[in-house]
Design a protein around this ligand. Structure first.
Ligand code: THU
Length: 165
């Protein structure tokens, strides 16, 4: 039979919490940890501070923040700093959830930070490595928090290990 064109519809789901007080307590603590991590960001060029906190399957929490560099592309985002630290120190531990948060001293915002494309790609690697969905919680210092159940929801049609087999 002759093949014909088809349409694919990918849907994603997000839950938007009104503020931090609405979050489960364990997530509230993780948001607070991510905010603390953001405060230690090294971002003298953009002055935009990002913090990430990853809770591993064994309950361990690993944090990271953005590290900028005078040679701009040599810097690294907070999410990748945290993910690579977690993968380097706990190579057998799936990521359970990640909180990403930001502080913009120039213009305090209540808009949750969303990860850049390169970070989405880096994070989905670990979701696929362990075949366990990684919950994402996106927050600013205050205001709404966006919750997605999987990195896949941030990166449909992703490239991954299956192409390299
Ligand atoms: N940044 C992150 O750390 N994570 C993101 O998801 C978006 C951007 C950092 C990179 C750079 O240091 C600064 O924010 C401005 O782009």
């Amino acid at each position: 039979m002759r093949k014909t064109m088809k349409f694919i519809k990918e849907t994603i789901e997000a839950i938007v919490y009104a503020d931090q007080a609405e979050l489960p307590e364990s997530v509230q603590r993780l948001v607070e940890t991510a905010i603390q991590a953001a405060k230690n960001a090294y971002s003298p060029y953009s002055r935009f501070k990002v913090g990430a906190a990853i809770e591993l399957e064994n309950g361990e929490v690993v944090t990271g923040n953005n590290q900028e560099n005078a040679a701009y592309p040599s810097g690294l985002c907070a999410e990748r700093t945290a993910a690579f630290y977690a993968a380097a120190h706990y190579p057998g531990q799936p990521f359970k959830r990640i909180v990403i948060t930001s502080i913009n001293p120039a213009q305090p915002s209540e808009k949750p930070v969303t990860p850049c494309g390169a970070c989405r790609q880096a994070l989905i690697e670990y979701e696929q490595k362990f075949n366990v969905p990684v919950e994402i919680w996106l927050a600013a210092e205050k205001g709404e928090i966006i919750h997605l159940k999987s990195i896949r929801d941030l990166l449909p049609f992703s490239f991954g290990a299956t192409y390299l087999k």
